[in-house]
Design a protein around this ligand. Sequence first.
Ligand code: FAD
Ligand code: FES
Length: 302
Amino acid sequence: MKYKIPKQDINLKPFMSRPPRFNLKNVIMRTDMVYKCEIINIIELTEIEKLFHLKILDEAERQIFDFRPGQFVMLEVPGFGEIPISIASSSNNKEFIALCIRKVGRVTDMLHQARKGARVGIRGPFGTSFPMEEMVGHNILLIAGGLGLAPLRAPLYWINERRDEYKDVYLLYGTKDPASMLFTYQYDGWEKVNNIKLFTIVDKGDKNWKGRIGLITELFQEITIVPDNTYAIVCGPPIMFKFVCDRLDAAGIPMNRMFVSLERRMHCGMGKCCRCMVGSTFTCVDGPVFDYWSVLNLKEAI
Ligand SMILES: Cc1cc2nc3c(=O)[nH]c(=O)nc-3n(C[C@H](O)[C@H](O)[C@H](O)COP(=O)(O)OP(=O)(O)OC[C@H]3O[C@@H](n4cnc5c(N)ncnc54)[C@H](O)[C@@H]3O)c2cc1C
Ligand code: FES
């Protein structure tokens, strides 16, 4: 007798609403591929941070490489290892990408010794991004602590290239001292050309510092937040998230309009090795950009 599956038992719906991103063939091709790059420029920003301009060697690959603000690449220093680094340049820039890198250990130490012309590899881009289109027509509050200004640079470029689409844009930036401030050479342009309202503060001043001294949360006194019409992006050390996001929450900004970028140790960058997991969440695929509501629901995320 030929057995037939009863009609009502046939599952007509797909088992998953969508396959996981890393199972999509086109995504696999993009994420497994290593783009060979040349370091075409190096800017020394502070004692421990440098900005590297990387040019993808192959012209066709350079045109394919496409990313959104908030995404990161896995940067390979041949013979030393691979590390996740946020892209700190404009997503419109097809000539080179910029990576701001702090010297902290094995791979980053080696990279800081590299000269112009050195070859490295990148995979990616990986991860979620900031919802730049959703933010159109709103006030934007960008808040960065220390190295957190690096991942904010891509959304800043995005906004500056479409400045008319966004209302008031505030950038609140805090570092431990004046010498640790990143991208100081761009502040004038951001303020005067792009109409970004920039407020800086340091934990500890020096003899030349005439600006504000204190914690980054003190900068909230300087601005007026319109909660119904504001989106916030917060990047910096995890300790900062809670204090800053609590203040934004108290000001009335809904938690699904506050975005943070979570940094975890990563290995594959594409949801395969489980190195970056927080609970059952892959910070490389489901993040690094999360809204604050999701972060609060991630156990021990901050
Ligand atoms: C999505 C994402 C974006 C990032 N963007 C940037 C960026 O734009 N610029 C930048 O300088 N760094 C960034 N980082 C952190 C960077 O990946 C690490 O500093 C780097 O992996 C260190 O490699 P290393 O071999 O030099 O240091 P290691 O020798 O591996 O470690 C040195 C020290 O750094 C700590 N460390 C290593 N990786 C991390 C990490 N992911 N988070 C926190 N502490 C870590 C280690 O615990 C150790 O104390 C990012 C990390 C992630 C996950
Ligand atoms: S880094 Fe491998 S799963 Fe996220």
